[in-house]
Design a binder for this molecule. Sequence first.
Ligand code: 13P
Length: 230
Amino acid sequence: MSDFLAERRAVIDACLAMNRLGINQGSSGNLSLRVEDGFLVTPTSLPYDETTPEDIVAMGFDGTYRGARRPSSEWRIHRDILRARPDVEVVLHAHPTFATALAVHGRGIPSFHYMVALAGGDSIRCAPYATFGTQELSDHALAALDGRLACLLANHGMIVLGRTVKAALALAVEVETLARQYLYAQQLGEPVILPPDEIARVAERMRRMKYGQPLDDGDGPEDTARPRSA
Ligand code: 13P
């Protein structure tokens, strides 16, 4: 498959996966992938199961685009994040039920569970509300993502960043799971919040163990199991 087809197919497959995994519905949400001369982004308002590789929009960082379809209304979010974050190749935006339930209260996710560290800090922030598709919303999102790989958007949904499509999808499912757990936990009152120094310890351990990466390269910390030498 040519790069043209493979990259566009990867964008469509990721969007279909978002809906299948229950982290998005309908034509809500959007996704972008960095390419050599800019980024690919989903077209606005087109159901993912009707989207073909030719429908995916190629954009430059100057905000111009090529193709018959108009880019996602949130193209500024994708452009601004990919421009500001060289550590990121994929930007995923979705409207998952539990994360959005928190976001409509302007609430992020505190460190009630150690897995919050997967998103890069001791909380998952909620960006203030601004109208969809505006530069103001993009500015809020970029600030909320400072040093992080995920944030919520007040009265709107979630953004997750990744080095790969697979990593972004996995983190999006994790953030939605954390939101669900946090909402359930609150049925018994505010849960115990782990202190910042414990989250820093967790983050360091995740980094050293390459936590979330299933292949064992024998490069973990001293106290993990090591592969038996032949
Ligand atoms: P688009 O169809 O324009 O990408 O809009 C979906 C959305 O979720 C806006 O925030």
